[in-house]
Design a protein around this ligand. Structure first.
Ligand code: 13P
Length: 247
């Protein structure tokens, strides 16, 4: 199974559902439709209405983040996994570099993963090195650390997806080379196998993925899909990624 996950970040109002309707129609009739899943993470404000609308359709709805407590608390503006699940979210991102940059620590991320899983949300756990870490050849050690500090053997790996998003690649048009990315993805899967003592969960790539560079990634069979930012805000761009991947 491959995954095409669209992360809308701070984008979208109720009528933006038109974008998803087009993606859903494409997916429903695509000859490759059984080979992949489409998941969209709109902002919190749209999760309930979109999840309701797409309930028996192809697209699944997820959240971009969740708070590191399970149900209710006195933290202003916080939204818990329980609350997300109650309005129909099926997935949540955890550890996006935007949120790590705003102060999410490994121990907060561990609590987020734990509570999300407990509330039947599937977790898309994001990791990635920054530009200077890459320059100093620290990529593999940084990724390993990000994984082992948060994921535990007793977490259900069937409900976890890992997304590798190099920070220097997000929104910049810069992407890793095929050989670099293959090596990094294999490394991530090895670390995950050692954490879970079984097969690795799915590992996605994210960072400036678009319809013109996705063909390059399909050579890397270890990559189980993509986490797509900018290009997920346009139905045409998002559909082009899927079309070109299977071409
Ligand atoms: P871009 O596809 O815009 O580079 O964003 C990637 C991302 O951060 C998805 O979570």
């Amino acid at each position: 199974m491959r995954y095409f996950i669209g992360n809308w970040k701070m984008f979208g109002v109720p009528k933006s559902i038109n974008i998803l309707n087009k993606i859903n129609s494409f997916h429903s009739t695509d000859k490759n439709r059984n080979k992949y899943r489409v998941i969209i993470t709109p902002p919190y404000t749209l999760i309930e209405s979109y999840a309701k609308y797409f309930k028996n359709k192809k697209i699944s709805i997820g959240s971009q983040n969740c708070y590191q407590k399970e149900q209710f608390s006195s933290n202003t503006a916080a939204v818990s996994p329980y609350m997300l699940r109650s309005v129909g979210a099926q997935y949540t991102l955890v550890g996006h570099s935007d949120n790590r940059g705003e102060g999410d620590t490994d121990s907060m991320l561990k609590d987020k993963v734990k509570h999300a899983l407990k509330n039947n949300l599937k977790v898309v756990f994001c990791i990635g090195e920054n530009k200077s870490e890459k320059k100093n050849k620290k990529t593999l050690s940084i990724l390993k650390k990000q994984l082992i500090k948060v994921l535990e053997k007793n977490f259900n790996k069937n409900n976890i997806i890992v997304a590798y998003e190099p920070i220097w690649s997000i929104g910049t048009g810069k992407i890793p080379t095929v050989s670099e990315l293959k090596k990094t993805t294999i490394h991530i899967k090895k670390v995950l196998e050692s954490i879970f003592k079984k097969n690795s969960p799915a590992v996605l790539y994210g960072g400036s993925v678009d319809g013109s560079n996705v063909e390059m990634f399909k050579e890397i069979r270890e990559i189980d899909g993509f986490l797509i930012g900018g290009a997920s805000k346009s139905s045409k761009k998002f559909i082009d990624i899927i079309k070109n991947y299977y071409r």
